[in-house]
Design a protein around this ligand. Structure first.
Ligand code: NAP
Length: 246
């Protein structure tokens, strides 16, 4: 796979899965645009990538803010002349049981995980429509498929992403733009680091492949879905969970 001369925007790439996706595409020749709310962190990750001899740029942007997304995307388009791949990866959790979940925790998760995907897709799809090509990959979660007690807000966003993916896949297909989702299981990042050891042990018992996933396991699927080898795949959700949801 070769992504030379392609520009990829990865939201939420200052750490975790997004950062690994950024490195994976940069290693294959793409210009990786690192996006997070903190511009210094985004610049630091871009510098790490550049120090390895690859191309990257960090831009501070809050995906919940449409104006911010427009500015970030225009900056990328002006400088690199195309946005070839968009990975909607930024996401958070604010877990609680329904009766204890505050309205603000509901709103925060919906705004970042779901409205953020709408904002970035709307702006970048317009650029891709003009170019008559593009790849959009949305990071969902198996929780959006199975549900999980204590994660009603998160599950609603991740299930919403799957419906959104199918809908815009239909809208954009005639211009050779594919839209797919990846639904990871439990991947070792800051998001899952907070889990107690006893919870991790229980989780491991429910994973047929017997281990938690790594960010690279998710990045590998993104590489495939963004490549020409996946040109005939759209509207799909690929589960990367060690068999957990079987
Ligand atoms: N880890 C897992 O087990 C797992 C499983 C299934 C799905 N996922 C999904 O995979 C994605 C990445 O998860 P992760 O574990 O890598 O999370 P993480 O380590 O917590 O990283 C989250 C990233 O999102 C960014 N972000 C948060 N709010 C943002 C906003 N409003 N605008 C722009 N960027 C924002 C963060 O940067 P700033 O805070 O600096 O903005 C950070 O770079 C998420 O969508 C998550 O739901 C993760």
């Amino acid at each position: 796979m070769n992504f030379e001369n392609q520009t990829i925007i990865i939201t939420g790439s200052t750490r975790g899965i997004g950062k690994e996706i950024a490195f994976s595409f940069a290693e294959k020749g793409a210009v990786a645009i690192i996006v997070g709310r903190n511009p210094d962190q985004a610049a630091a990750v871009a510098q790490e990538i550049q120090e390895k001899g690859y191309k990257a740029e960090g831009i501070g942007c809050d995906v919940t803010n449409l104006e911010d997304v427009l500015k970030m995307s225009n900056k990328v388009l002006d400088k690199y002349k195309s946005v070839d791949i968009l990975i909607n990866n930024a996401g958070i959790t604010k877990d609680n049981l329904l009766l204890r979940m505050s309205e603000s925790d509901w709103n925060d998760v919906i705004n970042i995980n779901l409205k953020g995907v709408f904002n970035c897709s709307k702006i970048v799809a317009k650029m891709m429509l003009k170019a008559k090509k593009g790849k959009i990959i949305n990071i969902s979660s198996i929780i959006g498929i199975t549900g999980n007690a204590g994660q009603a807000n998160y599950a609603a966003t991740k299930a919403g992403i799957i419906g959104f993916t199918k809908s815009i896949a239909k809208e954009l297909a005639s211009r050779h733009i594919t839209v797919n989702a990846v639904a990871p299981g439990y991947i070792q990042t800051d998001m899952t680091a907070e889990l107690k050891d006893s919870v991790k042990e229980e989780l491991l018992k429910s994973i047929p492949l017997g281990q938690l996933g790594k960010p690279k396991d998710v990045a590998n699927v993104c590489l495939f879905l963004a490549s020409d080898e996946a040109n005939y795949i759209t509207g799909q959700t690929i589960v990367v969970d060690g068999g957990m949801a079987i």
